[in-house]
Design a protein around this ligand. Sequence first.
Ligand code: NPQ
Ligand code: MG
Length: 369
Amino acid sequence: MPIESITLHHLRMRLKSPFETSFGRIQDRQCVLVELQAEGLTGWGECVADRDPWYTAETSGTALHILRDHLCPPLLGQPLPRPAEFQAGAAAIKGHAMAKAGLEMALWDWWGKAEGQPLAVMLGGARPSVPVGVSIGLQASPAALLDVVAGYLTDGYRRVKLKIKPGQDVELAAAVRRAHPDLALQVDANSAYTLESAAALFPLDDLGLLLIEQPLAEDDLWDHRQLQAQLRTPICLDESITSPRHARQALEMRAARIINIKAGRVGGLAAAVAIHDLCVAQNVPVWCGGMLETGLGRASNLALASLPGFTLPGDISASDRYYAEDITVERFTLNADSTIDVPTIPGLGVTIDPDALARASLHSIHLTA
Ligand code: NPQ
Ligand code: MG
């Protein structure tokens, strides 16, 4: 079953409202979709790298280059590898986790369709729906933030994550806590602090937060350990965990008590499941992070989050959270209990709307055997 072609679609999608974090503010989200054709079946994958290297080093531009020039050529005209075989081959290419994960997702989708298996079943998922929360960007004022939080609570979200940065941290979290004493609340700094400046975060310890996400730089595992020793609230690592090995080392070092798993950041779903398994074995809670995915990546996140160790709500919001128009036909909606249903159709369980795809497409690259 040789791979006949792989098409890379470079997309730009307008957000309903700008999303601001400690690393910057975005109005348009870029990503790369991977469309793989073999044996009359199409596998789709989403690479979550964005235009700018702000969250991590990869960009949509580096992903297009690595996919076009390094990851795809060895596959064209060859039998379609299983995701695990692909990972073993791709290990020769250093880094570029998001580019690898985008292609790997297309392989999972293809094999799921070929064998009649939904992705959640292939990964070992155990639940028909998963608890979710909403991630709220930095707002113009504490009052504006309270309004936005109230709106999402009205929508039915029962877990809220606030973005913070130096100068916009304790006051914001305290205001939300005062307004909502029982809300499941957490914060994410996207590595905006140093061990020294993180002393400003100590008052967060009195707010009953679920966790404090990635306060320090991505390569600062040791300093996260020092900071965790001074906080009762669990530190959760996001950017720092780029492989199962880093997850193991972070836990051994006690740099964190919770891990955020994103398939894109760790090089694919296979590595994401491996991190899940090692955390389950050590009784460490995990949850599924979000990257403002399209409906495609959202479907992948839902399947991943259905694994039993994902005991905390994921950053997997309903389709209408980020985009007025998505590129999948299927839309995900929030259930009354702040969960979203896991797709049950073989593969990712979603179909691409060709017109919506065309409207979002900046350009595409068609590779053939
Ligand atoms: C996080 N996500 O957990 C990320 C950060 C993030 C839902 O908070 C473009 C590219 C926009 C990457 C926005 C959420 C992004 C992005 C947020 C990453 O840290
Ligand atoms: Mg994060």
